[in-house]
Design a protein around this ligand. Structure first.
Ligand SMILES: CCCCCCCC/C=C\CCCCC/C=C/C(=O)SCCNC(=O)CCNC(=O)[C@H](O)C(C)(C)COP(=O)(O)OP(=O)(O)OC[C@H]1O[C@@H](n2cnc3c(N)ncnc32)[C@H](O)[C@@H]1OP(=O)(O)O
Ligand SMILES: Cc1cc2nc3c(=O)[nH]c(=O)nc-3n(C[C@H](O)[C@H](O)[C@H](O)COP(=O)(O)OP(=O)(O)OC[C@H]3O[C@@H](n4cnc5c(N)ncnc54)[C@H](O)[C@@H]3O)c2cc1C
Length: 639
């Protein structure tokens, strides 16, 4: 079948209002309209073409990124785009670039840690891109005194950086502080005296993250003017005297709380993109299994395909909603900080760190699973999945290695439990710890599979599992005379307790979302199915935790799996419409397998001929290497 909508029959099966779901996914009608308009603007502009990326050399690739970034900036100015629209435009251009760090970390670091005066001086320059900045924290080796290594945008483009370094005055070390440092001349871009700077080299995957100039930086007797130390948290006077404002020192790391929150939202984008590709292709692809000469089975109808794909679809929605909530939490903590209320900072840190860890790990694994779900064609660059994986997978490492971040959550949990003894009632995401006595001995009362559809039943099982795992860690820790030694020894268990706590947060925020008024025929019902799939899939995957802590019985675990299978059947007719609700353009998806019309095979065939290897029938190198070999074989055969 040529042309037309090859997925039309699938779209007709939908049992809900897809247009209404698009608004839910976007977050609001306004967000949907902005996103829809800007994604189409980018998709229709040939300057933003991206299908040639895997074919380009590093130098060509990088120059191409600079061209796109400059052109994007020109369009932002010409069209007088708002900050929201400009950021959407960069998102849909879909190419990691120095601008991510300029807008995503350099500016927020100055806003969060600079004094009013410093903000007035630096922000206007940065907003107009008269200076370009990056965020330089990580070192080549351990410590904060070797060479900076990794910062994006540093290698070739940034004129300035927020550099994290130890502050020493009068021989006294005051720990790590942030400094604005000019790196390159604003006239000819050459490094300033005493500064060595360059790119750290090619990274994983062709194209992929190699559009970014991650860099190395060394200083040799470089003087930073005193007023370029970011002084909101602590100050050095003209006389060299060090003092601290009445705010927690942890605010120095505030930019990380902000960026981790954006990374959670980004996880839902990356995962939904992979899931959209795999779902559409699974409906297009047919394999054996037909009876009585009918059409072959669509692979999406195999239960095994559903049990791998639908939890990822549900996860994409779950991450979307927890990301929305995390944005609210971040806004709330920011407002409190402005009013000198620092009480919720530890929770905001634990939530952003833990959810960043969980969502990026699941998304990276999920993209790879989607590649496998597409069979052999998933391995082609034209499927879009190899590049998506290569670009995405460092999210498990940047902004804090995922294991290190879970250990931060574990510390927060242990501290919360230890404060129960002194009567401090936990609030927010740890409020359930207040019922620890009940959660330690409660029994799940599921008797039939449908009982697992009750939100209160699911919540109690997840709360009991998390509380019991944290309490077990706390009890074991108390056996050590040296707490740090105990923490190191038990770090494996602590990480698992942190995962249980963060999974509870995601499940509970999905359930809370369903308690809101959600307009649109059948929309809430479909989200209910996805919420249950997400929760029961986690329960099934981690049933060892639930069983070993005595939260559920083996029979109840069996019933949860039975209910999960029934939920997959309910999701099946809606699968294509649920991915259509992401409203992705074919340009953004960048995948032949995931194209909206499902006309996959002619497009794959056509794309193959565009590969540079097919420019000539006989390849370069034939005369030089193949022809002599063939002749040699001929002689050997004659002998
Ligand atoms: C940028 C673009 C954004 C857009 C994103 C969407 C699109 C994404 C796509 C592409 C863009 C990719 C961009 C990637 C950019 C990457 C940047 C980086 O990687 S920057 C470097 C980040 N580095 C880390 O995260 C290191 C991890 N380590 C830590 O976080 C450590 O905690 C530490 C901050 C280095 C401090 O270590 P230290 O040993 O000194 O102290 P700790 O014991 O860990 O902590 C002491 C107390 O402080 C509390 N704490 C720690 N961190 C924070 C924080 N951030 N906020 C608040 N509080 C914090 C900790 O809990 C301890 O508290 P107590 O126990 O004492 O109460
Ligand atoms: C693509 C990319 C972009 C980046 N961009 C930036 C940027 O713009 N600016 C910037 O400053 N940095 C950037 N980084 C650096 C990034 O933040 C660090 O790589 C990250 O924080 C991890 O630190 P590390 O590389 O030192 O890993 P390590 O800490 O050396 O980790 C190595 C291993 O040790 C384990 N480990 C480490 N510490 C502990 C512990 N305490 N307990 C148990 N296990 C532990 C980890 O789990 C990991 O398995 C970027 C990195 C990447 C890959």
């Amino acid at each position: 079948m040529e042309g037309g909508d090859h997925l039309a029959h699938e779209r007709k099966k939908a049992q809900f209002d897809v247009e209404a779901m698009k608004i839910v996914w976007a977050g609001s009608r306004h967000a949907f309209e902005v996103s829809d308009r800007i994604s189409k603007l980018v998709a229709s502009d040939p300057a933003f073409r991206k299908d040639n990326r895997p074919m380009l050399s590093r130098k060509e690739l990088f120059k191409n990124t600079l061209r796109k970034a400059a052109y994007a900036w020109k369009r932002i100015i010409e069209l007088r785009l708002s900050e929201e629209e400009a950021s959407k435009l960069r998102f849909y251009v879909d190419e990691p670039a120095f601008t991510d760090l300029h807008w995503g970390m350099f500016l927020p670091a100055i806003k969060g840690q600079g004094t009013e005066e410093q903000q007035q001086k630096w922000l206007p320059l940065a907003y107009k891109m008269q200076i370009i900045g990056c965020y330089a924290q990580t070192e080549l080796g351990h410590g904060s005194n070797s060479s900076k290594w990794w910062p994006g945008g540093l290698g070739k483009i940034s004129t300035h950086a927020v550099v994290y370094a130890r502050l020493i005055t009068d021989g006294q070390d005051h720990g790590v502080h942030g400094f604005i440092v000019q790196l390159r001349s604003l006239d000819d871009h050459s490094p300033l005296p005493g500064i060595t700077v360059g790119d750290i080299g090619m990274k994983f995957g062709n194209g992929a993250y190699n559009t970014m100039d991650n860099g190395v930086l060394r200083f040799d007797h470089v003087r930073i003017p005193r007023d370029q130390m970011l002084m909101k948290v602590s100050q050095v006077s003209r006389e060299g005297k060090y003092s601290q404002s009445n705010v927690p020192r942890q605010l120095v790391y505030g930019t990380m709380v902000f960026v981790r929150q954006t990374i959670v939202a980004d996880a839902s984008c990356a995962l939904s993109r992979a899931v959209c590709i795999a779902t559409r292709y699974s409906a297009v692809r047919r394999q054996f299994g037909s009876q009585n000469g009918g059409p072959e089975t669509q692979v999406i109808d195999y239960k095994t395909q559903q049990s791998r794909l639908f939890p990822l679809l549900a996860s994409a929605y779950a991450f979307r909603f927890v990301g929305e909530w995390l944005k609210w939490l971040y806004t709330d903590v920011t407002q409190r900080l402005q009013a000198n209320d620092f009480s919720t900072l530890p929770e905001a840190h634990a939530c952003t760190a833990g959810l960043k860890s969980l969502t990026t790990a699941a998304t990276a694994d999920g993209i790879e699973e989607c590649r496998k779900l597409c069979g052999g064609h998933g391995y082609l660059c034209s499927s879009g999945l190899p590049e998506l994986f290569a670009v995405y997978v460092p999210a498990c490492t940047y902004e804090g290695d995922n294991t290190v971040l879970l250990l931060q959550v574990a510390r927060f949990l242990v501290k919360t439990l230890s404060q129960l003894g002194s009567g401090k009632q936990p609030v927010g995401t740890t409020a359930y710890m207040g019922q620890v006595e009940h959660l330690m001995q409660c029994h799940c009362n599921v008797q039939k599979a449908e009982d697992w559809l009750k939100p209160a039943v699911i919540l109690e099982a997840f709360e009991a599992r998390s509380a019991r795992m944290s309490v077990a860690c706390a009890k074991n820790l108390s056996k050590f005379t040296n707490p740090e030694e105990g923490f190191a020894e038990l770090s494996g268990d602590l990480v698992e307790a942190a995962i249980a706590h963060c999974q509870l947060i995601i499940v509970s925020k999905f359930i809370e979302k369903l308690q809101q008024d959600i307009p649109g025929k059948g929309v809430k019902q479909q989200l209910g199915v996805l919420c249950n799939i997400y929760a029961l899939f986690l329960l099934h995957k981690h049933q060892g935790d639930f069983l070993s802590t005595g939260c559920i019985t083996p029979k109840q675990a069996y019933l949860a799996n039975e209910q999960l299978r029934a939920l997959y059947s309910q999701a099946r007719p809606n699968a294509i419409a649920l991915v259509d609700a992401f409203n992705y353009t074919d340009h953004y998806l960048g995948s032949i397998l995931g194209c909206y019309d499902g006309n996959v095979y002619p497009k794959l065939y056509e794309a193959a001929w565009k590969d540079p290897l097919n420019d000539s029938v006989v390849p370069d190198g034939y005369r030089e290497y193949i022809w002599p070999m063939l002749k040699q074989q001929l002689r050997t055969a004659r002998l």
